[in-house]
Design a protein around this ligand. Structure first.
Ligand code: G3H
Length: 275
């Protein structure tokens, strides 16, 4: 994580001055999606970069200690060793950025990572995920429990009632969505959010992180997200402290693409361990 955001005096005038030119934003989003994906010789490097920025997530009602355990092993070794060896990346410590689980599964994740000798952070959704419609008292208690169980990052679902009525404070990292809505991370909304991050940086000098989450499933999409961040915020933001891809099934496609680039063949389902 980058240094904590010390916060700033709430200035609602600043917020009320924000205007979004919807057509311009949509055009910009289309432009970014049409950007040429990196040339073949750079693609594996970009894809590996994307891997290091993933919050490898499981947020299912039927999560158990065993699927969390498998998730953690995958986070520690996200791409098959022999594939990494072929591109000379086997000894570079490629892991995902974190694992992300429900508060009740934090102890499982911490235990599995410890057993794998990994210091990968455990992120936990909290505060009544995904609706955020629980009383402040229980929201705070949920955060405390997740932290005491070993979570080092908390994805808080904002209280949308407070947001809609203009009661804002500063945050360290902003996330597009829970992944549980009909529409989740979209490029136009991301552009508006990252430009707010840029404005905040220009006014305060403090860098806030960004996490698109929900429905990000393909390697190609991950490259669009990297391009969007590079173009809108610059290379400085392309690090786990400031950018994460919240995704439960993206890694499988990225590994499949890396497999194809390294071997020239398409992987069968059983060729790659579960992601
Ligand atoms: O925060 C992470 C999201 O819940 C993941 O969403 P996904 O399952 O659509 O990848």
């Amino acid at each position: 994580m980058s240094p904590r955001n010390p916060g700033t005096t709430l200035d609602l005038e600043w917020i009320s001055k924000v205007r979004v030119n919807t057509q311009a934003v949509l055009k910009r989003a289309q432009f970014i999606q049409r950007q040429k994906i990196p040339k073949k010789q750079w693609q594996a490097a970009w894809l590996l970069k994307a891997v290091t920025l993933i919050d490898l997530t499981t947020l299912a009602g039927d999560d158990t200690s065993s699927n969390v355990h498998r998730l953690c092993l995958k986070a520690v070794q996200p791409v098959r060793y022999d594939l990494l060896k072929k591109i000379d990346m086997h000894d570079k410590g490629v892991t995902t950025a974190a694992v992300c689980v429900y508060p009740s599964r934090v102890t499982d994740a911490v235990r599995s990572l410890k057993a794998a000798n990994s210091s990968l952070p455990v992120a936990s959704v909290a505060t009544g995920f995904p609706a955020g419609q629980t009383p402040l008292e229980t929201r705070l208690q949920e955060v405390r429990i997740a932290v005491s169980d070993g979570a080092t990052e908390i994805d808080i679902v904002i209280n949308r009632m407070l947001a809609i009525t203009g009661q804002w404070e500063g945050s360290d990292f902003i996330k597009t969505s829970t992944g549980k809505e009909a529409v989740n991370a979209t490029y136009p909304v991301a552009i508006v959010m990252v430009r707010a991050i840029r404005d905040y940086f220009m006014s305060t000098g403090h860098k806030v992180g960004f996490k698109p989450a929900g429905g990000i499933r393909t390697a190609e999409e991950s490259l669009v997200w990297l391009t969007l961040i590079k173009e809108e915020l610059g290379d400085d933001w392309l690090c786990p402290g400031l950018f994460r891809l919240g995704a439960s099934s993206l890694l499988a496609d990225i590994e499949r693409q890396i497999y194809h680039q390294v071997t020239g063949q398409y992987a069968a389902y059983h060729d790659l361990p579960m992601a």
